[in-house]
Design a protein around this ligand. Structure first.
Ligand SMILES: Cc1cc2nc3c(=O)[nH]c(=O)nc-3n(C[C@H](O)[C@H](O)[C@H](O)COP(=O)(O)O)c2cc1C
Length: 215
Protein backbone atom coordinates (compact mmCIF):
# COMPACT_ATOMS: atom_id res chain seq x y z
CA UNK A 1 0.00 0.00 0.00
CA UNK A 2 1.23 3.49 -0.81
CA UNK A 3 1.05 6.06 1.98
CA UNK A 4 0.18 9.65 1.17
CA UNK A 5 2.58 12.35 2.22
CA UNK A 6 0.05 13.35 4.88
CA UNK A 7 0.44 9.96 6.56
CA UNK A 8 4.22 10.38 6.54
CA UNK A 9 3.83 13.86 8.05
CA UNK A 10 1.63 12.41 10.80
CA UNK A 11 4.08 9.59 11.47
CA UNK A 12 7.18 11.80 11.66
CA UNK A 13 5.74 14.89 13.37
CA UNK A 14 7.18 15.32 16.83
CA UNK A 15 6.95 17.91 19.58
CA UNK A 16 10.12 19.89 18.96
CA UNK A 17 11.64 21.59 22.01
CA UNK A 18 14.98 22.73 20.58
CA UNK A 19 14.99 25.37 17.87
CA UNK A 20 17.41 26.97 15.46
CA UNK A 21 16.64 30.71 15.83
CA UNK A 22 16.98 31.38 12.06
CA UNK A 23 13.85 33.08 10.70
CA UNK A 24 11.16 31.18 8.83
CA UNK A 25 10.67 32.17 5.19
CA UNK A 26 7.65 34.51 4.85
CA UNK A 27 5.94 32.25 2.31
CA UNK A 28 6.07 29.37 4.77
CA UNK A 29 4.56 31.48 7.56
CA UNK A 30 1.80 32.48 5.17
CA UNK A 31 1.20 28.89 4.02
CA UNK A 32 0.88 27.71 7.64
CA UNK A 33 -1.54 30.52 8.49
CA UNK A 34 -3.54 29.78 5.34
CA UNK A 35 -3.83 26.13 6.46
CA UNK A 36 -5.22 27.49 9.73
CA UNK A 37 -7.72 29.72 7.94
CA UNK A 38 -9.16 26.74 6.05
CA UNK A 39 -9.84 24.60 9.14
CA UNK A 40 -13.40 23.36 9.68
CA UNK A 41 -15.35 24.69 12.67
CA UNK A 42 -18.72 24.23 14.33
CA UNK A 43 -21.36 26.18 12.35
CA UNK A 44 -18.39 27.60 10.43
CA UNK A 45 -17.93 30.05 13.29
CA UNK A 46 -14.10 30.20 12.89
CA UNK A 47 -13.54 31.25 16.51
CA UNK A 48 -9.75 31.40 16.14
CA UNK A 49 -7.68 34.54 16.43
CA UNK A 50 -3.94 34.00 16.02
CA UNK A 51 -1.20 36.29 17.24
CA UNK A 52 2.21 35.76 15.57
CA UNK A 53 4.85 36.79 18.08
CA UNK A 54 8.39 37.31 16.75
CA UNK A 55 9.60 40.10 19.06
CA UNK A 56 12.48 38.65 21.17
CA UNK A 57 11.47 40.49 24.36
CA UNK A 58 7.88 39.23 24.09
CA UNK A 59 9.03 35.66 23.35
CA UNK A 60 11.30 35.85 26.36
CA UNK A 61 8.40 37.04 28.51
CA UNK A 62 6.25 34.15 27.29
CA UNK A 63 9.02 31.63 27.97
CA UNK A 64 9.12 32.91 31.55
CA UNK A 65 5.35 32.80 31.99
CA UNK A 66 5.15 29.18 33.11
CA UNK A 67 3.52 28.27 36.40
CA UNK A 68 6.13 27.45 39.05
CA UNK A 69 6.87 23.77 39.53
CA UNK A 70 5.34 22.69 36.22
CA UNK A 71 7.03 22.17 32.86
CA UNK A 72 9.21 25.13 32.16
CA UNK A 73 9.68 26.28 28.61
CA UNK A 74 12.94 28.26 28.36
CA UNK A 75 13.45 26.75 24.88
CA UNK A 76 10.42 28.65 23.56
CA UNK A 77 12.41 31.86 23.26
CA UNK A 78 14.66 30.27 20.58
CA UNK A 79 11.73 29.59 18.27
CA UNK A 80 11.62 32.37 15.65
CA UNK A 81 7.84 32.65 16.09
CA UNK A 82 5.32 31.73 18.73
CA UNK A 83 1.72 31.51 17.55
CA UNK A 84 -0.78 32.37 20.26
CA UNK A 85 -4.10 30.63 19.69
CA UNK A 86 -7.12 32.46 21.08
CA UNK A 87 -10.83 31.76 20.73
CA UNK A 88 -13.68 34.19 20.32
CA UNK A 89 -16.86 32.27 21.05
CA UNK A 90 -19.79 32.79 18.67
CA UNK A 91 -23.36 33.15 19.98
CA UNK A 92 -24.09 29.54 19.02
CA UNK A 93 -20.95 28.34 20.80
CA UNK A 94 -21.94 30.24 23.96
CA UNK A 95 -25.34 28.55 23.79
CA UNK A 96 -23.67 25.16 23.22
CA UNK A 97 -21.72 25.65 26.46
CA UNK A 98 -25.02 25.85 28.34
CA UNK A 99 -25.70 22.25 27.29
CA UNK A 100 -22.17 21.12 28.12
CA UNK A 101 -20.60 21.30 24.66
CA UNK A 102 -17.32 23.12 24.25
CA UNK A 103 -17.33 23.25 20.48
CA UNK A 104 -15.12 26.32 20.38
CA UNK A 105 -12.36 24.27 22.02
CA UNK A 106 -12.89 21.43 19.55
CA UNK A 107 -12.46 24.02 16.78
CA UNK A 108 -9.29 25.33 18.42
CA UNK A 109 -7.84 21.81 18.54
CA UNK A 110 -8.55 21.37 14.85
CA UNK A 111 -7.04 24.70 13.81
CA UNK A 112 -3.98 24.04 15.95
CA UNK A 113 -3.39 20.67 14.37
CA UNK A 114 -3.84 22.15 10.88
CA UNK A 115 -0.98 24.50 11.83
CA UNK A 116 1.15 21.71 13.29
CA UNK A 117 0.76 19.39 10.29
CA UNK A 118 1.20 22.15 7.68
CA UNK A 119 4.36 23.27 9.48
CA UNK A 120 5.70 19.70 9.58
CA UNK A 121 5.00 19.32 5.86
CA UNK A 122 7.19 22.41 5.29
CA UNK A 123 10.04 21.07 7.42
CA UNK A 124 9.19 23.11 10.52
CA UNK A 125 8.93 21.94 14.09
CA UNK A 126 6.18 22.94 16.52
CA UNK A 127 5.10 22.03 20.02
CA UNK A 128 1.71 22.49 21.62
CA UNK A 129 2.18 24.40 24.86
CA UNK A 130 -0.74 24.38 27.24
CA UNK A 131 1.09 24.88 30.53
CA UNK A 132 1.53 28.60 30.76
CA UNK A 133 0.39 31.44 32.95
CA UNK A 134 -2.64 32.75 31.05
CA UNK A 135 -3.04 36.07 32.85
CA UNK A 136 0.67 36.92 32.47
CA UNK A 137 0.66 36.17 28.74
CA UNK A 138 -2.61 38.05 28.30
CA UNK A 139 -1.15 41.13 30.00
CA UNK A 140 2.18 40.88 28.17
CA UNK A 141 0.53 40.73 24.74
CA UNK A 142 -2.47 42.98 25.46
CA UNK A 143 -4.97 40.25 24.57
CA UNK A 144 -8.57 41.43 25.11
CA UNK A 145 -10.61 39.65 27.78
CA UNK A 146 -13.17 38.56 25.16
CA UNK A 147 -10.50 36.34 23.60
CA UNK A 148 -9.98 33.02 25.40
CA UNK A 149 -6.29 32.20 25.45
CA UNK A 150 -6.08 28.52 24.51
CA UNK A 151 -2.57 27.41 23.56
CA UNK A 152 0.85 28.51 22.40
CA UNK A 153 2.55 27.01 19.37
CA UNK A 154 6.25 27.79 18.96
CA UNK A 155 7.26 27.27 15.31
CA UNK A 156 10.69 27.05 13.71
CA UNK A 157 13.40 24.91 12.25
CA UNK A 158 14.47 22.17 14.65
CA UNK A 159 17.98 22.57 16.02
CA UNK A 160 18.99 19.05 15.04
CA UNK A 161 18.93 19.10 11.27
CA UNK A 162 21.06 15.97 10.80
CA UNK A 163 18.19 14.73 8.65
CA UNK A 164 16.13 17.67 7.35
CA UNK A 165 12.39 17.09 7.61
CA UNK A 166 11.89 17.41 3.85
CA UNK A 167 14.37 14.61 3.20
CA UNK A 168 12.93 12.46 5.98
CA UNK A 169 9.38 12.83 4.64
CA UNK A 170 10.39 12.29 1.03
CA UNK A 171 12.25 9.12 2.03
CA UNK A 172 9.15 7.73 3.74
CA UNK A 173 6.39 9.17 1.54
CA UNK A 174 5.47 5.75 0.17
CA UNK A 175 6.09 3.83 3.39
CA UNK A 176 2.83 2.83 5.08
CA UNK A 177 4.41 0.88 7.95
CA UNK A 178 3.48 2.10 11.38
CA UNK A 179 5.42 4.30 13.81
CA UNK A 180 7.79 2.53 16.20
CA UNK A 181 8.34 3.80 19.72
CA UNK A 182 11.61 5.71 19.83
CA UNK A 183 11.95 6.12 16.09
CA UNK A 184 13.46 9.52 15.28
CA UNK A 185 11.21 12.01 13.54
CA UNK A 186 11.35 15.71 12.72
CA UNK A 187 14.16 17.31 14.76
CA UNK A 188 15.53 13.80 15.51
CA UNK A 189 13.03 13.62 18.39
CA UNK A 190 12.24 9.99 19.33
CA UNK A 191 8.60 8.86 19.04
CA UNK A 192 6.78 8.54 22.34
CA UNK A 193 4.81 5.40 23.16
CA UNK A 194 1.21 5.30 22.02
CA UNK A 195 -1.67 3.13 23.22
CA UNK A 196 -2.41 0.15 20.99
CA UNK A 197 -5.37 0.38 18.60
CA UNK A 198 -7.32 -2.23 20.59
CA UNK A 199 -6.97 -0.05 23.69
CA UNK A 200 -8.63 2.92 22.05
CA UNK A 201 -10.97 1.55 19.37
CA UNK A 202 -14.10 -0.46 20.18
CA UNK A 203 -16.85 -1.96 18.06
CA UNK A 204 -20.53 -1.36 18.31
CA UNK A 205 -22.10 -1.50 21.78
CA UNK A 206 -20.08 -1.33 24.97
CA UNK A 207 -20.72 -4.13 27.47
CA UNK A 208 -20.51 -3.26 31.15
CA UNK A 209 -18.99 -6.15 33.16
CA UNK A 210 -19.97 -7.08 36.74
CA UNK A 211 -16.75 -5.53 38.09
CA UNK A 212 -17.73 -2.21 36.52
CA UNK A 213 -15.23 -2.32 33.69
CA UNK A 214 -16.42 -1.71 30.16
CA UNK A 215 -15.56 -4.01 27.28
C1 LIG B 1 -3.18 20.39 24.36
C2 LIG B 1 -1.70 20.06 24.51
C3 LIG B 1 -0.96 20.72 25.46
C4 LIG B 1 0.42 20.46 25.58
N1 LIG B 1 1.16 21.19 26.47
C5 LIG B 1 2.49 21.01 26.52
C6 LIG B 1 3.28 21.86 27.36
O1 LIG B 1 2.78 22.73 28.06
N2 LIG B 1 4.62 21.68 27.34
C7 LIG B 1 5.22 20.73 26.56
O2 LIG B 1 6.46 20.65 26.59
N3 LIG B 1 4.50 19.92 25.75
C8 LIG B 1 3.15 20.04 25.71
N4 LIG B 1 2.39 19.25 24.87
C9 LIG B 1 3.05 18.25 23.99
C10 LIG B 1 2.82 16.80 24.48
O3 LIG B 1 3.61 16.58 25.63
C11 LIG B 1 3.19 15.84 23.34
O4 LIG B 1 2.33 16.05 22.25
C12 LIG B 1 3.07 14.36 23.77
O5 LIG B 1 3.97 14.07 24.82
C13 LIG B 1 3.35 13.39 22.61
O6 LIG B 1 4.64 13.64 22.06
P1 LIG B 1 4.80 14.00 20.51
O7 LIG B 1 4.01 15.26 20.25
O8 LIG B 1 6.29 14.22 20.27
O9 LIG B 1 4.27 12.86 19.70
C14 LIG B 1 1.03 19.47 24.75
C15 LIG B 1 0.24 18.80 23.80
C16 LIG B 1 -1.08 19.09 23.66
C17 LIG B 1 -1.88 18.40 22.57
Amino acid sequence: MEASNLLAVIRYRRSVREYDPRPIEQWKVRAVLEAARLAPSSTNSQPWRILVVTDPALKDGMARATPAGINRHPWMRDAPAILVLCAVKSGVQKFAQLIGKNYHLVDMGIVGEHIVLAAAELGLGTCWVGWFHKSRVRKLLGIPLAWELVCLLPVGYPKDCSLPAGELLARHASDASTQREGEPGIGAVPAKARLRLDEVVFENKMERMKDGTVH
